[in-house]
Design a protein. Structure first.
Length: 490
């Protein structure tokens, strides 16, 4: 009897070697529908987030008589809105078509971005910033939810990395865009340049939202029929079911919530993600150090400050492509974290040659390269339950973001910059904890989650756990006479 062999995947192969021509056509179609759109919207999202800083420093403070910590308040209310707004999406992601939900939220955050141009008081800006943060909050976990709905476990990393470049590109281009707006539009139609910042950002954001209604594919369970055919769905379901992924959402139940919150896996993931969120240095530290040298003009400082996010693009692409093609996820996280840890140790020591500090600040964005690897891994760990996957992606993001509301106030207070005596050692310790927890996850659940995945498609999805119903599968498992208890814990 012959032994089946698994085709070897080369580092330069975009598709899996065992993909059929139909599957490759589908993957290419999904790549064109999801990745460019997700990338561009994420890029604009970070420009929208940063516009308050540029506006504040470009005339808003003087025009509206701000003389205190208003900017810090605007930043804080944005973070608070993110945390609060995320929670409902645990329920909404599996139930509301994503090709309606994502563009609608995008459109609303564009509207409230626009409204900021007419603000005349502190309270008005606080209200607008809170609303913008509410509508932006779910975008990152939402994209990962969609990626996990369509792609196999060894395909998510590259797509997540490509989408995540929008973050670093946003930091790279935001200052250039804002500077051009201030230079060319200041005083046009009687509006100061800082008000035009919000108008231009909104003009970019809202058309993208409208485009999303027509091209964003949604999920397999709730697809966008404008771009996804029944044949596409059949091919997608078949290829995902082969790896044990659940493609049909079940109804929410307290039994499901109880099972999730009582599982060790859930709490390990939350702790893991919290370590990640606290493992990077304050991104303003490089700029503060450049300013402290009293050697460069403001324009040159901003140009030099782009070194780190520019290198971040390389780190993100290399680490995320590696995880799909040749590098174990745990070792990919370790590799990225080793650069981050080295830089943090150099900065913690501080009394080192100047060249060492240039290196340390330049590799700061190696920390963010971990993001799509980690969230892609979470997608794999929960691939047998869309409901649990949505809850975990949202809660992990919300709880980890919550830490950033207050921990930096103690670890990276502005008055201690650029030295940050407490900040760099703290982030270095968090990086070590991140790597340690990564290997706990790997040892406990396997590099691809194979130690905890049951073939969920061999269960009846629509039954509530509390009924204890035993259902005969309608998939391949049923043909073999298998039965499964609905809602069995992983």
């Amino acid at each position: 009897m012959g032994t089946a062999t698994t085709p070897t995947k080369r580092w330069y192969h975009w598709y899996s070697p065992d993909d059929t021509p139909e599957e490759r056509k589908l993957v290419l179609k999904l790549d064109l529908l999801i990745v460019p759109y997700a990338f561009v919207v994420y890029w604009v999202k970070y420009i929208d987030q940063g516009n308050i800083n540029n506006a504040y420093l470009s005339g808003m403070a003087e025009d509206l008589n701000f003389h205190g910590n208003e900017l810090v308040h605007f930043q804080t209310i944005f973070t608070v809105g993110n945390v609060v707004a995320l929670l409902p999406f645990m329920y909404l992601f599996p139930r509301v078509p994503m090709h309606y939900l994502v563009p609608t939220l995008d459109l609303l955050w564009g509207i409230f971005t626009l409204l900021q141009y007419r603000a005349t008081s502190y309270a008005e800006i606080m209200a607008y910033r809170f609303m913008v943060s509410i509508f932006e909050a779910s975008y990152f976990p939402g994209v990962h939810f969609v990626l996990g709905s369509w792609y196999k476990s060894n395909e998510i990393g590259r797509r997540g990395g490509a989408f995540y470049i929008g973050l670093t590109l946003g930091f790279l281009t935001a200052s250039l865009l804002q500077s051009a707006t201030l230079d060319y539009l200041d005083g046009v139609n009687g509006l100061p340049g800082w008000r035009w910042l919000f108008i231009i950002n909104a003009v970019i954001t809202m058309p993208l939202a409208i485009i999303g209604y027509f091209i964003y594919p949604g999920t397999i369970d709730k697809p966008n029929r404008l771009v996804i055919s029944q044949h596409d769905l059949d091919v997608a379901r078949k290829r995902l079911e082969k790896q044990g992924s659940q493609v049909k959402s079940a109804s929410f139940s307290w039994g499901l919530a109880k099972k999730l919150f009582s599982s060790k896996r859930f709490w390990l993931v939350l702790i893991w993600d919290s370590f990640f969120f606290n493992s990077s240095a304050n991104t303003a530290s490089f700029l503060l150090w450049l300013k402290s040298l009293h050697r460069y003009s403001s324009a040159t400082q901003n140009e030099l400050n782009s070194i780190s996010p520019a290198l971040g693009i390389f780190f993100i692409l290399f680490i995320n492509i590696s995880t799909d093609l040749w590098l174990d996820r745990a070792w990919a996280i370790t590799l990225a974290s080793s650069f981050n840890f080295t830089g943090l140790v150099i900065l913690a020591i501080w009394d080192v040659p100047e060249g060492a500090k240039w290196f340390a600040y330049s590799v700061q964005y190696s920390a963010v390269a971990v993001s799509s690897v980690l969230y892609g891994w979470v997608n794999v760990l929960y691939r047998d339950s869309p409901e649990e996957r949505a809850i975990v992606l949202v809660l992990a993001t919300a709880i980890s973001t919550m830490w950033t509301c207050w921990i930096p106030l103690f670890t990276y207070p502005t008055v201690e910059g650029p030295r940050f005596i407490k900040g760099y050692p703290f982030s270095a310790v968090m990086t070590v904890c991140l790597v340690a927890m990564t290997f706990v996850i790997r040892y406990t659940y396997g590099p691809n989650g194979e130690k905890n995945i049951t073939h969920a498609n061999d269960r009846i999805d629509s039954e509530d756990e509390s009924t204890g119903t035993i259902g005969v599968s309608t998939t391949e498992g049923a043909k073999k006479g298998q039965i499964s208890v609905v809602g069995t814990s992983l």
